[in-house]
Design a protein around this ligand. Structure first.
Ligand SMILES: [Zn+2]
Length: 275
């Protein structure tokens, strides 16, 4: 049984400051603290996978600032293997295919605009106000669930702040959640005991895998409408000039995809709109 883990940093246990996720210097003490939390939460999830009988666990680092180097700097449980994200390809996670039993997300954050979501955002906190799929607001968790769903793979478990867990229960009620903290403002939160959270992640991941048969695969019939509302009209200008992209509002662009695997791919010069 193969399980895929996608990691982020904002929702990790033990992370309560922007700099722990985004410090510019690779050797900044705050950032090194963040990486240590990433390793601890991820290894708890890996342990849960093997407790539940996994035979293969693959980990992708989904936090852009890490530039795919995080798991070269910290010790990932040697039973798991780290893979790089595929840059710019529709197949973002090479190795995610129909043979995978489920996806686990570690350290995830709530979608842009979530009240009491710690460091809530979708892709870019200062740039994107809202991200919508078929007219409904979604975030990075949904992007991953939809992408995995294209391969027939369900989202089984997520860990992150309470706001992320609420989002998961609302959108993906079959998904098991582990709360790591409670957001009190955009960059303030109350952390839960990291040791307790990690023990819970391990138990919850194992439980989620044990009942994977009752999890649902998130599928949407094509075409799928993707809408991005930017904070500033100028950011919409370039996309609006791309064939197939509509602009219902100065700050808002919208396009359609025929294949849910393309949920991560913004229209660009060599992008071809669905017929
Ligand atoms: Zn992140």
């Amino acid at each position: 049984m193969k399980i895929c883990i996608v990691t982020d940093m904002e929702g990790l246990a033990g992370v309560d400051h922007w700099d722990q996720c985004y410090a510019k210097a690779d050797d900044a003490p705050e950032y090194l603290h963040g990486l240590a939390q990433l390793a601890a939460d991820t290894n708890a999830a890996v342990a849960g996978c093997f407790d539940a009988g996994a035979t293969e666990v693959v980990v992708w680092d989904g936090h852009g600032r890490n530039r795919q180097k995080a798991f070269m700097r910290v010790d990932l449980d040697p039973r798991a293997s780290f893979r790089r994200l595929e840059p710019g390809a529709p197949l973002k996670f090479a190795g995610l295919d129909a043979s995978v039993s489920g996806v686990v997300m570690v350290g995830q954050h709530a979608m842009a605009g979530t009240l009491h979501g710690f460091l809530d955002h979708t892709q870019s906190p200062h740039t994107i106000c809202r991200f919508l799929i078929n007219g409904a607001e979604h975030g990075e968790m949904s992007q991953c669930a939809l992408h995995a769903g294209a391969f027939g793979v369900p989202l089984l478990h997520v860990s992150g702040d309470e706001a992320l867990c609420t989002e998961a229960r609302r959108l993906f009620p079959w998904c098991v959640t582990t709360a790591t903290k409670r957001g009190t403002g955009w960059e303030t939160c109350e952390l839960y005991s990291a040791a307790d959270v990690r023990a819970q992640i391990r138990r919850d991941v194992a439980q989620a895998i044990a009942r994977a048969n009752s999890a649902k695969v998130w599928r949407l019939p094509p075409p799928i409408e993707v809408t991005v509302e930017y904070a500033w009209s100028a950011w919409a200008d370039q996309l609006a000039a791309t064939p197939g992209v509509r602009r219902p509002h100065a700050r808002t662009v919208s396009w359609r995809i025929d294949d849910p695997r393309f949920i991560y791919n913004w229209p660009c010069a060599d992008w071809h709109p669905p017929r």
